[in-house]
Write a protein that binds this ligand. Structure first.
Ligand code: SAH
Ligand code: TYD
Length: 405
């Protein structure tokens, strides 16, 4: 049995997806026969409550000079991170010479706001290509993996941070204990670590199993994070649900006893209890619901195709790699996946090898149905694609339910 990465207790695997490729590993045909696969399985630790992967992929294989995900592809996310930066500035930054650090700053989508406000900032980003995009905008960035060692080195070089930020990155870090030591080394005594990640409560309620893939090592709840921070003499002092990436939670964390704990923390802990996030039964029900969702989706797509309709995918997301491989959805069902990221275009989707084509191909010859892999950007996309609907095109979504819109 696998040991929990947080507390070392044996974990209870509740769902196996079988062999999976690298979720962001879009590839060319000459690399098909070299493609890497691993066992994607997720488990729940009864002791510290952390939901996590049972087999890990080496981070060096995931985050590198050809990392496929550029945060700034979404206009809505750029707006979201502007609001996040404003919130930090309004509530948590001292007026005098503040210093903000972000872990996993990608192409500078969040830090650019601090840069524009003339605030001292530093991003830590190991994927060279996205880090270079940030540097080109003038966002101070070091190309490095964050860890205890990095935190200590940065403190010596740049001084202590008032606030350390993270978004959609902390759940990626298997060396999370070392990361928290690094955060403590770099953060002022009265500083705050503020981060937001996809929320386990949303995954359970929306059956959004496509959040489960190699990069997402952990599926955080307030309960499991409280256990983790307690180990490091830190505590969660505020929580704020966020309506992005299919449902996220923002956490503000300080050294124990420094900041008052807001009532929202207790309220959300009670909600998690009511939702049964600490109970093995919940995960068994989730497993069953995921298998039902898979059957319904495959049935619907097969019907659509059987009626002679054209069907394409919209958004070559990492999430789509889980869905296509787990459900066995390949180029026989999906003609191509439309995506706006230049680095993905002309390549093939991981594992099932559906061609990824530029968005213009979708625009110039609408299919009858589009399977919305980027469902978390649904509002932005549906607004943008009014013409597709007006033309008679239909959306297929599968979160929270398999439906045609
Ligand atoms: N914060 C951005 C990017 C999230 S993607 C957003 O919310 O859109 C996760 C990012 O974390 C990637 O850019 C990846 O290269 C980076 N990353 C992965 N491991 C890291 C580590 N150990 N330290 C810092 N960044 C890391
Ligand atoms: P996202 O859902 O943010 O990421 P992931 O599952 O990888 O974490 O991915 C967005 C993807 O969808 C990205 O490859 C770009 C694509 N996309 C479009 O093609 N058009 C759009 O309008 C948007 C918002 C995204």
């Amino acid at each position: 049995m696998t040991a929990c990465l947080i507390c070392g207790a044996p974990i209870n695997p509740f769902l196996s997806f079988g062999k999976m490729p690298i979720a962001n590993g879009f590839l060319l045909p000459e690399n098909f026969n070299k493609e890497f696969f691993f066992d994607l399985q997720v488990g729940h630790c009864q002791k510290c409550q952390m939901v996590q992967l049972t087999e890990l992929v080496d981070p060096g294989m995931l985050f590198h000079e050809n990392y496929a995900y550029f945060s700034s592809i979404s206009v809505r996310m750029a707006r979201h991170f502007k609001q996040f930066a404003d919130y930090v500035q309004d509530y948590y930054l001292p007026k005098k010479n503040p210093f903000v650090v972000e872990i996993g700053s990608n192409d500078g989508i969040m830090l650019q706001n601090f840069m524009q406000a003339g605030i001292r900032h530093l991003g830590i980003e190991p994927s060279t290509n996205v880090a270079n995009a940030a540097i080109a905008k003038g966002v101070n960035t070091v190309v490095r993996f964050f860890s205890e060692e990095t935190g200590e080195a940065l403190r010596k070089e740049f001084g202590a941070a008032d606030v350390i930020l993270g978004a959609n990155v902390i759940c990626h870090l298997p060396n999370i204990h070392s990361v928290l030591q690094g955060i403590k080394a770099l953060l002022k005594d009265e500083g705050l670590f503020i981060f937001e990640e996809p929320y386990l409560g949303d995954i359970v309620q929306k059956i959004s199993y496509d959040q489960i893939y190699d990069e997402h090592v952990f599926y955080f709840s307030l309960n499991s994070l409280s256990w983790l921070f307690n180990e490091h003499d830190m505590e969660i002092v505020d929580v704020l649900p966020q309506n992005v990436h299919g449902g996220s939670m923002r956490y503000a964390v300080g050294r124990k006893g420094v900041w008052p704990v807001k009532p929202a923390v207790h309220e959300h802990l009670a909600e998690e209890k009511a939702l049964g996030l600490g109970e093995a039964d919940t995960y068994e029900r989730l497993r069953q619901a995921i298998h039902r969702s898979k059957e319904q989706l495959v049935y619907l797509l097969t019907e659509i195709k059987g009626q002679g309709h054209r069907l394409v995918g919209y958004g070559a997301t990492s999430k789509s790699t889980t869905v296509t491989n787990f459900c066995g959805i390949g180029p026989d069902l999906i003609e191509f996946i439309s995506d706006t990221t230049p680095g993905k275009q002309g390549k093939y989707s991981p594992g099932v090898h559906i061609p990824v084509l530029p968005y213009e191909r979708f625009k110039e010859n609408y299919p009858n149905y589009a399977l919305l892999f980027a469902w978390n950007h649904g509002e932005e996309i549906m607004d943008k694609e009014e013409d597709f609907r007006a033309w008679g095109g239909k959306w297929v979504v599968y979160v929270p339910q398999v439906t045609v819109i």
